[in-house]
Every structure is written in structure tokens, then in C-alpha cells.
Ligand binder design. Structure first.
Ligand SMILES: [Mn+2]
Length: 246
């Protein structure tokens, strides 16, 4: 894998192209253009899209500018990797074959320059979140996907849009965030004891990094409140906020 490795998560590209959304995308594409200049590898760690459901012959048109940008990156030699999140799990061959170099339906691990990475979107990690883990199993099951596919796409997207709008709490209480930090640090500690050097997670929208013993845990930020990304320059992992006003 070519370094530097970039890690971005929880962009939540929206189905509706409001002025705010246009600005957000412009800001993201500035980072993607920066990556085109430095070269390397780009990981999207889930929830790149607010909703993505691909049919055998159809893809959502709301993201056409992103598809274009991704193909530009590939043409410039950037490798694109996509760890699917809870908003964009339902991909087919357009995403796995045409757009991305590699798509992961689950957590993934790899080693670069002697450093071992554990990569996860992070949903379903919290020990007390039994209900969510069950829901995750159901909506990812082949039967559910088969069933959902028979709903007319216009209606299916309307349903998804209203669900994602009603569940829109990108910022949590400080108490919840503190519980998440403790929980993820415990998970990371476990990985570090098993010889991993880095754990990178999305989903919790924190934009923070913790050093635990010899390891580093990055919990990436979302692209609404605190656009950020992590980068492995070949030697070490660091997290950066991405200036929205540049
Ligand atoms: Mn998520």
C-alpha cells in the first residue's frame, strides 16, 4: 500500500444538494485534491454517504460529483479503499468494481512499514448496545436486502431519507462521549495487546486521538462540525482538522 495513507470518515454526503451541502462538498474535494497531489492511499472509514443503496442497474445520482472526483483520484494513481458504515452498507458492483479499489464489508487489518492497523467503522462496538447489534444483523441480511430491493427506488429513498433525518443527532452529550471514549479505549487496548499499533474508528464523530501505551487510537470526526482526517506518513499516525474557511 502506497503511503501516505489518509483516513476520512462520516462525511454523510446528502441526497439533497442544499447550499450548505455544496460548501461541505467543496471543502471535502479540496482535501481530495490535496491527496491527488501528495499521492498515496485514501481510506473512507464508513458513512461516506448519508444513504447509499445500489440496485443491479441503478446508482443514486445525488453523488455524481463525488463519483467524478473519485475517478479523478484513481486516474492519478490514488488507491481508494472503502470500509462500509451503517449508512452505506448496501453496495454492489458499481462501488466494489468501478469506483473503489477495495471495499470492506467488515473491519479490516493490514500492515505497512512494520505498523499494524486495525480499521473499523465502529458501529455496534459499545458493550451495552445489544439492540443496535441485532438491528445491524437484520438490515445487513441478504433477506432484508432482497426485500428492500423490491420497493420502488423513489419510495425506498424517501423512506431512507426520512429515517436518516429523524435520527440526526451528530453531536452527543458529553456524558455519552465520555462513555464512548472509555469503551473504545478498552477495545483499542485489547488490539494493542495483540500487537496492533493503531486502531482507527469512525461513527462517533469525535475527531480525537489517544495514545495508549505504545498504541494510538484515532476516533475520526464527522464533516459537519469538525472536518478532520488522520494520516500515516509512513512513520507515524497523526490527526488533523481540515480548515473549512480556506
Ligand atoms: Mn456510522
Amino acid at each position: 500500500m502506497k503511503t501516505p495513507l489518509y483516513f476520512i470518515s462520516d462525511v454523510h454526503l446528502k441526497l439533497r444538494l442544499s447550499p450548505d451541502e455544496k460548501n461541505r462538498r467543496k471543502n471535502l474535494y479540496r482535501l481530495l485534491d490535496h491527496i491527488r497531489e501528495t499521492g498515496g492511499t485514501c481510506f473512507f472509514i464508513g458513512d461516506l454517504f448519508d444513504f447509499y443503496f445500489e440496485y443491479p442497474h441503478l446508482i443514486p445520482k445525488a453523488y455524481i460529483d463525488f463519483y467524478h472526483k473519485a475517478l479523478e483520484m484513481k486516474r492519478d494513481g490514488i488507491e481508494l479503499h472503502f470500509v462500509l458504515g451503517n449508512h452505506d452498507f448496501w453496495v454492489q458492483d458499481f462501488m466494489t468494481e468501478t469506483l473503489m479499489d477495495q471495499v470492506y464489508f467488515d473491519d479490516t487489518t493490514f500492515e505497512v512499514n512494520g505498523k499494524k492497523f486495525y480499521i473499523t467503522h465502529g458501529d455496534g462496538l459499545l458493550s451495552w448496545d445489544h439492540g443496535y447489534r441485532l438491528l445491524k444483523k437484520i438490515i445487513r441480511s441478504p433477506f432484508f436486502i432482497w426485500l428492500f430491493r423490491w420497493i420502488h427506488p423513489t419510495i425506498a429513498y424517501k423512506i431512507a431519507n426520512s429515517i436518516s433525518r429523524s435520527g440526526r443527532h451528530y453531536t452527543h452529550s458529553e456524558d455519552f462521549n465520555e462513555d464512548v471514549r472509555i469503551e473504545l479505549q478498552n477495545v483499542a487496548k485489547n488490539h494493542f495487546e495483540n500487537n496492533f499499533d493503531y486502531m482507527i474508528s469512525g461513527h462517533y464523530h469525535l475527531g480525537e486521538m489517544f495514545t495508549i501505551k505504545e498504541g494510538k487510537l484515532a476516533i475520526l470526526g464527522d464533516w459537519f462540525h469538525r472536518p478532520s482526517y488522520a494520516v500515516f506518513d509512513g512513520m507515524d499516525l497523526s490527526i488533523h482538522s481540515w480548515d473549512t474557511n480556506a
